[in-house]
Design a protein around this ligand. Structure first.
Ligand SMILES: C[S@@+](CC[C@H](N)C(=O)[O-])C[C@H]1O[C@@H](n2cnc3c(N)ncnc32)[C@H](O)[C@@H]1O
Length: 574
């Protein structure tokens, strides 16, 4: 990764490393102001600039996008929020214009543009809305470049240049995008850039945002007793407790032979009583599911493939929107209680369905988010307070180690580990909410991008997906918040299957040494998230992507240690 070499990056932060505390305070003031004036396009822009200074370019892009949508509302009187958006502009003038619009050469460039028509003919509100629009394009294009979403960045940049062809800042941003694109695509300095060939998936910070008040102390008595009360209904012989887990490493290390390795505290599932080989350990039903096939016959609630719809079928369709089918009365009742009325007959069913092969994972996570939003809307609670995700740890990284300067590099910083794209993190979630008849501006507190990102971080570490047997494409996904509390081990003492329920049962024999199965009271339930028949190198490579680091379980360390000492075969010792 190399930084862009530029001595006067006028589009980047005006100040180097501004202090974080006052910026966080300013962010809170602007958030409070938006709660009272949710259609104020200038406030959104101001908050976007604060987010840029705080090195959250994704959050800056989301606020600029909301401001852009409101500028459209101002210009078009047939739009739903036209009156409200226009009313917020009453407090602002074009001269002097709001500070946030007075950026670089923007105001002069605009003066030149409106001179011909005359400011009055153009209408002061429309001029302000146009200035806002160009400022949004500047922030969107630069911020998306910083997140690594080059295609969306270039598209917004070109839309800005179409409005104000001579704007220096937009031209500069376009130059940066092309420079990064050429390096990433390994093209020569004069090679043309084809927008559709540009990468559009980036990465952003994965953290408990400093203002996020929804994350519980997962180790507190209250949290553990809440979790254990729920767990007792699905796994009566188990309890949730604090577990010391090996710290995951970034890659190969020489610590495989050490007797003591660094650990960190997390949660895990433990047996309270002896569990016999073959005995069921946990049976969990979850409504936090997603299905990315448009015309596939799966239960809308639990994701199970529906039985043939003949006269003996127990399947139930919703009486209000006939297309939504559930496997039986149980699933229909659960859906009605927990989410379905929020999306019933709202035409959200076709969104993100049948994705291109490259978008399959993103579509499944997006549809899990859509289900979460339906659950929180119907239950009248904040999305991060929904029981199914509240206690999940999203493999967050400490805010301070995520905190990098805002310089433009070929890729986002390696500490930023949450996958991100404009389409799946910002555009489609807002589109889904609009389809659900939700006012995306008045519900900012529940539907801000940092809320979506937090939910995505939780899904990414825990969701399981199922492949369609016909074409092997993953098309159903689910989060099972209790199943996923059982930590991974390459010598697991349980195995699992996900049909309508997630069922975990004790293995008859262990992988290592064919030892007899069963779990003794006090022992940890050792789950497996990957195919434990793979050799150690492949298991560890898999763990890097999915567990978040190099697996350091006893079996991996023993097998890797033997391989390093030249002992042939890295399979389990028999
Ligand atoms: C599905 S969660 C398991 C529950 C988690 N320990 C908790 O506190 O909620 C998966 C996360 O647990 C941790 N984890 C699970 N198995 C692990 C292992 N064998 N070694 C180290 N960390 C593990 C990793 O941080 C992983 O991303």
């Amino acid at each position: 990764m190399s930084a862009i070499d530029s001595s006067s990056p006028s589009v980047i932060m005006d100040e180097k490393d501004p202090p974080r505390g006052p910026l966080l305070e300013r962010r809170q003031q602007l958030t409070d102001a938006l709660a009272s004036s949710p259609y104020d396009l200038i406030l959104y822009l101001e908050r976007a600039v604060v987010y840029s200074h705080l090195a959250y370019p994704d959050l800056a892009a989301a606020d600029a996008y909301r401001s852009l949508l409101l500028a459209d509302e101002v210009r078009d009187e047939s739009f739903e929020y036209h009156d409200q958006a226009k009313a917020t502009l009453q407090g602002y003038k074009t001269t002097p214009c709001p500070e946030v619009l007075n950026h670089g050469s923007l105001v002069q460039d605009f003066d030149r543009l409106v001179d011909g028509a005359g400011a009055e003919a153009a209408g002061e509100y429309n001029i302000l809305a146009n200035l806002v629009t160009v400022r949004c394009f500047q922030i969107l294009s630069l911020s998306l470049l910083l997140c690594g979403c080059l295609k969306s960045a270039l598209s917004f940049c070109e839309r800005g240049i179409n409005m104000v062809p001579h704007n220096r800042e937009l031209r500069e941003i376009k130059g940066y995008i092309e420079q990064v694109a050429r390096r990433r695509l390994r093209k020569g300095p004069d090679a043309p850039i084809e927008i559709n060939s540009l990468p559009d998936r980036g990465a952003v910070r994965r953290e408990v945002y400093p203002w996020n008040t929804h994350e519980p102390d997962r180790f507190s008595e209250d949290s553990l007793s809440f979790l254990n009360a729920r767990l007792s209904q699905m796994a009566p012989k188990c309890e949730v407790k604090v577990s010391a887990l090996p710290v995951l490493l970034d890659g190969e290390s020489n610590t495989d032979g050490y007797d003591i390795i660094p650990t960190c505290n997390q949660l895990g599932l433990f047996a309270k009583e002896d569990i016999a080989p073959g005995e069921t350990v946990l049976e969990e039903y979850s409504l936090l599911t997603a299905n990315n096939r448009h015309k596939e016959s799966n239960c809308d609630a639990c994701g199970t493939e529906l039985p043939p719809l003949d006269s003996n079928s127990k399947a139930v369709s919703c009486p209000e929107c006939y297309d939504t089918i559930f496997c039986d009365e149980f699933c229909f009742t659960k859906a009605q209680e927990q989410y379905h009325p929020a999306v019933c007959d709202k035409d959200v069913d076709s969104i993100a369905k049948d994705p291109d092969a490259g978008d399959i994972d993103q579509s499944l996570y997006l549809l899990l988010l859509a289900r979460l939003l339906a659950m929180s809307t119907h239950q009248g609670i904040h999305p991060l307070e929904v029981d199914e995700i509240k206690y999940i740890w999203g493999d967050f990284v400490d805010s301070s180690s995520n905190d990098v300067d805002g310089s433009i590099t070929d890729e986002p910083p390696p500490e930023w580990t949450l996958p991100f794209s404009f389409k799946y993190n910002i555009e489609i979630p807002l589109h889904i909410l609009e389809k659900m008849d939700i006012d995306i501006f008045a519900t900012l507190d529940k539907h801000d991008l940092w809320v979506f990102n937090t939910a995505y971080a939780k899904f990414r570490g825990t969701a399981s997906a199922r492949k369609n047997p016909r074409d092997q494409r993953p098309d159903v996904a689910a989060v099972h918040p209790f199943w996923c509390l059982a930590n991974h081990d390459c010598n697991p003492n349980v195995t699992w299957e996900w049909g309508g329920r997630m069922v975990l049962w004790a293995r008859e024999t262990r992988v290592v040494g064919n030892q007899p199965g069963g779990i003794k009271a006090g022992e940890e339930v050792l789950n497996h998230y990957c195919d434990v028949n793979l050799p150690v190198q492949q298991r560890r490579e898999w763990a890097l992507g999915s567990l978040g680091g190099w697996c350091m379980c006893k079996r991996c360390r023993d097998e890797a240690g033997r391989a390093a000492n030249g002992v042939k075969g890295d399979g389990p010792p028999s």
